[in-house]
Ligand binder design. Structure first.
Ligand code: ZN
Length: 307
């Protein structure tokens, strides 16, 4: 052991001696400052008490983020004082599907994203706020809450291209939970660059018939919603990006429950989506464990937490 240490020291000394003149030395590489993320929860028709810890751990364990959580009151009167400091964060992640926020909070959130903030909508967050115009522009498409052709088109992959379908019909549905494949439709976007063209996702709700303004919206990945599992028979958009003013929004329709959130496909696309929404770039690598089309990959981000 002593020999080994000595050898390492010698290597270090040799490396020092071999350094070029000071002017040629690159400045020391500092660890990048962590991005600040805020998860919003507190009301949802899904079990946010179970899923927020998974979202939080996934972001923290990526090494890119420090994460705070803003839990809204569940009571309408108390909700009047719900006013997170959005501008303190690089990205706001919504795990919220509930009562309308107060007007001042809605306006502050709109200003935050329009001014260059990042926003990420997870699963049922795209059910929220059917009548809040700016929010629907940020999510691009949404479901339920009375959404219909008045909300905007369906967005589908048909015949090798993305098609906006303005035909009549409800907004928002899903068939039985099952494993399904996602097909990357834009592999050049920073979020999807380097991902396999097709990858499997764990059992989840495959949202279909989402509709909304779909302005400045780019579909990154779709999944085929098979009528055999109660779906629409269409290739439905499940990972999307939307420009809103100077802000960047990432919309993942995945993530119904812990089973879906313990899927590596969900986690990696979430982390990359959050980083892109925060900065416009993605530096997190695609891990070797990322699934292809043969089998899902599962990882519990709450296991092996550093002590
Ligand atoms: Zn769900």
């Amino acid at each position: 052991m002593l020999y080994r240490l000595t050898s390492l020291c010698l290597v270090a000394v040799a490396a020092t001696l071999a350094l070029p003149a000071q002017d040629d030395v690159d400045p020391p590489k500092l660890a990048p400052a962590k991005l600040k993320a805020l998860i919003i929860d507190g009301q949802n028709n899904h079990n946010w008490r179970q899923t927020t810890p998974l979202l939080r751990a996934t972001l923290q364990r990526s090494g890119c983020f420090v994460v705070d959580v803003a839990t809204s009151p569940g009571n309408k009167d108390e909700l009047k004082s719900f006013a997170p400091e959005f501008s303190d964060y690089d990205v706001v992640v919504s795990n919220y599907n509930g009562q309308l926020w107060p007007k001042a909070t809605r306006e502050a959130f709109g200003e935050y994203v329009r001014g260059g903030g990042g926003f990420v909508s997870v699963h049922a967050a795209d059910n929220a706020f059917p009548n809040w115009k700016d929010y629907n522009l940020m999510i691009g498409v949404g479901g339920w809450g009375g959404r219909s052709e008045k909300s905007g088109p369906y967005v589908r992959w048909r015949g090798g291209e993305i098609v906006r379908d303005t035909g009549p019909g409800r907004g928002g549905s899903h068939g039985r939970r099952h494993q399904f494949a996602l097909d990357v439709r834009d592999g050049e976007h920073p979020i999807t660059k380097g991902l396999p063209e097709r990858f499997l996702h764990c059992a989840d709700e495959l949202y279909d018939r989402l509709r909304g303004p779909a302005e400045h919206l780019t579909v990154l990945a779709t999944a085929f919603s098979d009528k055999k599992t109660g779906g629409s028979g269409e290739h439905e958009p499940l990972l999307m990006v939307i420009d809103f003013g100077e802000g960047r929004c990432f919309h993942t329709a995945l993530g119904h429950d812990p089973t879906a959130m313990k899927c590596v496909a969900f986690q990696v696309t979430l982390v990359r989506g959050c980083e892109w929404a925060a900065t416009g770039k993605v530096t997190t690598a695609v891990p070797k464990s990322f699934p292809g089309s043969a089998a899902v990959a599962v990882h519990d981000p709450l296991a092996e937490q550093p002590k």
